[in-house]
Design a protein around this ligand. Structure first.
Ligand SMILES: Nc1ncnc2c1ncn2[C@@H]1O[C@H](COP(=O)(O)OP(=O)(O)OP(=O)(O)O)[C@@H](O)[C@H]1O
Ligand SMILES: C[C@@](O)(CCOP(=O)(O)OP(=O)(O)O)CC(=O)O
Length: 397
């Protein structure tokens, strides 16, 4: 049956942010967007950070288009085009197998997307963004591919996006095939395996960063003499050790590896010519605060990690919430993010804490986001779609 020329098909999905504890930094192939090393991340709860995307298609749409946070966003770039092409090919194969299906693969796509956090501020917006992009179109097309198969597509949008197709603890295995086919994400453990992992994000700057991840990592691969050792020796060993720490819910080892890998990543950035600085004085103050919390606790109860920007992500286990959040609240009590949920956290420093360390942090944090490990992408009911009956964007409810 021919579809009416005004028929609008749509599906809506949300996708989470992930923050790596073993970092992806370096491309083996810029064309395929495959990495020089495997990486591993924690998926964060969508109650606090998420992208929501409605994918729609219709015979009446004239071109592919994306509205991001209410503004038209370019989709002519190779990354978005690669995702569109691969998803359409899968839908086309499905239509070829079943001629009763409407020919959605021939229609233009309209995507409407909203991030509930700053875009391009080192808060992994491209990860949640491309994961939601792929998941929503896969749902619209009723594709049967599993999240690992979809991660191969999301990877081409943005490398870290492949890990946002799953909840919990997720590895992106770099793969060995020349065509990138085995460079995909796999779940190392679901969120239910270690649900007490929490993350405190200190937003130090929500400005767009100076050097994009894409160009920064290419400069590192091209010029850093430290980099080959990181990619070929250090990270492969850390990947194994990190998987074991997660399997055993061994927070101290998880923390040691997380902090060491963040420092190694920022070290190769500094070793890049010209050097790339993502961390700033306030980031370094956050490192010192975490080190001081751990010293006072007599063990590793908190772990910092920094992506391609100054914001600190501090992982901790809920069992140590009072000592970790007590110190962080003492340093940032006046900033947004501490809600009624955290009234029971007493803003206090552990015994022996060197209070002068907090002064460099206070005043430099604009917002605190308190979250934890969470689920992978979720389907959103049709009535909450970000389009109206005519296919025009409308704000999230
Ligand atoms: N909801 C979305 N849908 C589609 N694309 C998105 C979405 N959100 C972000 N993006 C894409 O990701 C880009 C931002 O990615 P970029 O890598 O610069 O920053 P980031 O992801 O916040 O930081 P990083 O990945 O280094 O942690 C945006 O300009 C846009 O092209
Ligand atoms: C520092 C990182 O956050 C780098 C993320 O890089 P992107 O995934 O944004 O890079 P592209 O593949 O070029 O889009 C580390 C990580 O998430 O593993």
């Amino acid at each position: 049956m021919a579809a009416s020329s005004t028929a609008i098909y749509h599906a809506t999905a949300t996708a989470p942010v992930n923050i790596a504890v073993i970092k992806y930094w370096g491309k083996a192939s810029t064309k395929l967007n495959t990495p020089t090393n495997s990486s591993l991340s924690v998926t964060l709860s969508q109650e606090d950070l998420r992208t929501i995307t409605t994918a729609s298609c219709s015979p009446s749409f004239e071109s592919d288009a994306l509205w991001l946070n209410g503004a038209v966003h370019d989709v002519s770039n190779a990354r978005s085009q690669a995702c569109f092409a691969e998803l359409r090919a899968l839908r086309k194969a499905k239509e070829d197998r079943d001629s009763s299906l409407p020919p959605l693969s021939t229609y233009k796509l309209h995507l409407i997307s909203e991030n509930n956090f700053p875009t391009a501020a080192g808060l992994a917006s491209s990860a949640a963004g491309f994961a939601a992009f792929v998941r929503a179109i896969a749902d619209l097309y009723e594709l049967d591919e599993n999240p690992t198969e979809l991660s191969r597509i999301a990877r081409q949008g943005s490398g870290s996006a492949c890990r946002s197709l799953f909840g919990g603890f997720v590895a992106w295995e770099k793969g060995s095939r020349d065509d990138g086919y085995d460079s995909v994400a796999v779940q190392v453990a679901p969120e239910s395996h270690w649900p007490t992992i929490r993350a405190a994000i200190l937003v130090i700057s929500d400005a767009k960063k100076g050097v994009s991840s894409t160009s920064g990592m290419q400069a590192t691969v091209a010029t850093s003499t430290l980099f080959p050792n990181r990619a070929n020796v250090v990270v492969p060993a850390r990947m194994e050790a990190m998987k074991k720490a997660i399997a055993e819910r061994d927070f101290e080892t998880f923390a040691d590896l997380t902090m060491a890998d963040s420092n190694s990543f920022h070290a190769v950035c500094l070793d890049t010519i010209p050097p790339i600085f993502y961390m700033n004085d306030a980031s370094r103050a956050a490192v010192r605060v975490v080190e001081e919390i751990n010293r006072c606790a007599g063990k590793k109860v908190a772990a910092y990690t920094f992506d391609a920007g100054p914001n600190a992500v501090i992982y901790y286990d809920e069992s140590n919430q009072n000592i970790v959040l007590g110190a962080l609240k003492k340093g940032t009590a006046d900033v947004p993010g501490w809600s009624e949920k955290h009234l029971d956290i007493n803003a206090s420093l552990p015994d022996g804490f060197n209070e002068t360390i907090l002064t460099a942090l206070s005043g430099n944090v604009s917002r605190v986001i308190l979250t934890g490990v969470g689920s992978g992408p979720l389907k959103v009911p049709r009535e909450q779609a970000l389009i109206d009956e005519q296919g025009n964007p409308r704000p999230a409810q």
